[in-house]
Design a protein around this ligand. Structure first.
Ligand SMILES: Nc1ccn([C@@H]2O[C@H](COP(=O)(O)O)[C@@H](O)[C@H]2O)c(=O)n1
Ligand SMILES: C[C@@]1(CO)OP(=O)(O)OP(=O)(O)OC[C@H]1O
Length: 160
């Protein structure tokens, strides 16, 4: 049995915030705003996992009104959701993600992010793909007001 899930998230840029994407701190003049650490990519993957198992979305499980999640490490949130995935008897088939950002240039950090996502999903790095695109300066990402991320995940029932 296989299940598919998709995720999408947006966070706004701000000064004096760390830029954390995929659990990796990226040297950049700005960072992302959120109730948590605002890791747009990990939120997207978390939502894709929840979608695949029919469990709603990240805000339902980790409300942005709950002080427990103030400045939360999004890696911890994804790990919690991954436990739910495993408890239902699923493992990763593959996950494919896109970071939509005019800046920073993501290419130097993509492999580190990919390895970190594979670690969080207890999976092989070959089953994780992370890519980036600009929007050619168009729209809110192009104006560098914020960034967005998309993910599609395939889960499969573990054998036995
Ligand atoms: N924030 C980004 C955006 C893009 N890249 C890399 O550049 C390539 C070309 O981007 P276009 O938006 O012009 O298609 C893209 O394929 C990525 O490899 C990046 O590193 N960081
Ligand atoms: C992660 C949570 C919880 O801290 O907060 P934010 O960092 O604001 O992120 P968002 O992507 O808006 O979604 C879910 C939230 O509940």
């Amino acid at each position: 049995m296989i299940r598919i899930g998709q995720g999408f998230d947006v966070h706004e840029w701000a000064d004096n915030r760390p830029c954390i994407i995929g659990g990796i701190e990226i040297p950049f003049e700005r960072g992302l705003i959120g109730h948590s650490d605002a890791d747009v990519l990990l939120h997207t993957i978390t939502d894709a996992c929840l979608g695949a198992i029919g469990e709603g979305d990240i805000g339902r499980h980790f409300p942005d009104t709950d002080p427990a999640y103030k400045d939360a490490d999004s890696q911890v949130l994804l790990k919690e959701v991954w436990k739910m995935v495993k408890a239902r008897g699923y493992e990763l088939g593959n996950v494919d993600c896109t970071i939509i950002a005019q800046a920073p240039k993501m290419a130097p950090y993509i492999e580190d992010i990919r390895n970190n996502v594979a670690r969080l999903l207890e999976s092989s790095v070959e089953d994780v793909n992370v890519k980036a695109t600009t929007t050619e300066r168009l729209g809110f990402t192009g104006r560098e007001e914020g960034i967005a991320a998309l993910a599609v995940i395939l889960l499969r029932k573990t054998e036995g």
